[in-house]
Design a binder for this molecule. Structure first.
Ligand code: AMP
Ligand code: MN
Ligand code: MN
Ligand code: MN
Length: 272
C-alpha cells in the first residue's frame, strides 16, 4: 500500500486542481492520499465523483509559530465540515491577508515597490502567500528564480518571513483535535533546528495534544529518515509520510514516490 499524506492543490500553492491531483496520484499507484492545503479545506468542495481506486483522507496544513520559528502542523483525517476547521481557516485567512500587507511593507523597505499589489493580482481565492510574492519578483525581473526570491527576500529570517499573525501552536492543535483529526508536525527537518531544540518543540507539541510527526517528508536521505524515526519512537509519536507535492518539478517530490516508513515506528494510519 502506498500512502501519501501531504499534498497541495490550486486551493493553496499547488498547480493541480483536486481532480487533477487525484488522477495523478492514481496513475502513480497511490492507495491513500491526503490533501493538505495551507490553512484551507476548500479543495474538498471540488472533488470528482467517488473514485474507487484511491482513498482520500481530508487534511489541512496549518501555519503557526513556536518561539521565533515558523512551523507547519498537519491535521490529518479531520472533519473538513466541522465548526473548528471553519473557525480555524477563517482566522488563518484573515491572518494571511494581514500578513501579505505586512510582507509588502517589509519589501518596500528593501526598495521593492508594489509587491503587495503584484502578489494579490496573482492570487485567487483565500490563499495569498510567499509563493505569490516570489512569482511577482520573478515576473518583474527582480529575482532570477523562485528559489532566488526565497533566498534573498522571503525565506527563513528574510524580510518577507512574517510569522506573528498566525494562530499559536496550541490553538491549531486544538482546532485539529476538535475536528476529530490527528495533529502531525510537518517536515521537522525543514526548520533547521538543532536536535535539542527540535526535541523541545516536540515536547511542547505533545504537551498541547500533538500526536504525530512526519518521519518521511519529500526528498529525504536515508540517514535523515532514520534520525526522524528514532526521534518519533523516542517521543512515542505516530509516524506519517508525505511527498508535500506542489507541482511536477525538481524542487518537490513526486506524488507517491516516497521512501517507506521504517519498521520501528507506528504509522499514523493505524489510528484512522
Ligand atoms: P507561506 O504559506 O506564505 O508561508 O509560504 C510558504 C510556502 O512557500 C511553502 O509551503 C512552500 O510551498 C513555498 N516555499 C517555501 N520555501 C520555498 C523555496 N525555497 N522555494 C520554493 N518554494 C518555497
Ligand atoms: Mn506550500
Ligand atoms: Mn509546509
Ligand atoms: Mn505542505
Amino acid at each position: 500500500m502506498i500512502f501519501d499524506l501531504h499534498s497541495h492543490t490550486t486551493f493553496s500553492d499547488g498547480v493541480l486542481s483536486p481532480p487533477e491531483l487525484l488522477l495523478r496520484a492514481t496513475e502513480n499507484g497511490v492507495d491513500v492520499l491526503a490533501i493538505t492545503d495551507h490553512d484551507t479545506v476548500d479543495a474538498f468542495q471540488d472533488l470528482p465523483p467517488a473514485c474507487e481506486k484511491i482513498t482520500l483522507v481530508p487534511g489541512i496544513e496549518f501555519s503557526t509559530q513556536w518561539e521565533s520559528t515558523g512551523i507547519h502542523v498537519l491535521g490529518l483525517n479531520i472533519d473538513p465540515g466541522s465548526d473548528a476547521i471553519s473557525a480555524g481557516s477563517r482566522f488563518q485567512t484573515d491572518a494571511r491577508a494581514e500578513r501579505a500587507r505586512r510582507i509588502g511593507e517589509n519589501l518596500e523597505k528593501q526598495g521593492i515597490e508594489g509587491a503587495f499589489a503584484g502578489a494579490a493580482a496573482l492570487s485567487a481565492g483565500s490563499y495569498i502567500g510567499r509563493p505569490h510574492f516570489a512569482k511577482h519578483l520573478v515576473n518583474t525581473g527582480q529575482s532570477k528564480s523562485i528559489q532566488a526570491a526565497f533566498k534573498q527576500y522571503l525565506g527563513m529570517g528574510k524580510a518577507g518571513d512574517v510569522r506573528q499573525h498566525w494562530a499559536g501552536l496550541a490553538q491549531v492543535i486544538e482546532w485539529i483535535r476538535d475536528a476529530n483529526g490527528i495533529a502531525v508536525l510537518a517536515h521537522p527537518l525543514k526548520y533547521k533546528m538543532t536536535r535539542t531544540r527540535l526535541k523541545r518543540l516536540l515536547d511542547y507539541f505533545i504537551q498541547e495534544g500533538g500526536q504525530g510527526m512526519e518521519v518521511v517528508s519529500g526528498k529525504q536521505l536515508p540517514y535523515q529518515t532514520a534520525g526522524m524515526a528514532q526521534l518519533c519512537e523516542e517521543k512515542n509519536l505516530l509516524a506519517s509520510c508525505g511527498s508535500d507535492f506542489h507541482m511536477p518539478d525538481k524542487v518537490w517530490a513526486e506524488l507517491g514516490k516516497l521512501a517507506p516508513l521504517p519498521r520501528n515506528v507506528t504509522p499514523v494510519w493505524d489510528r484512522f
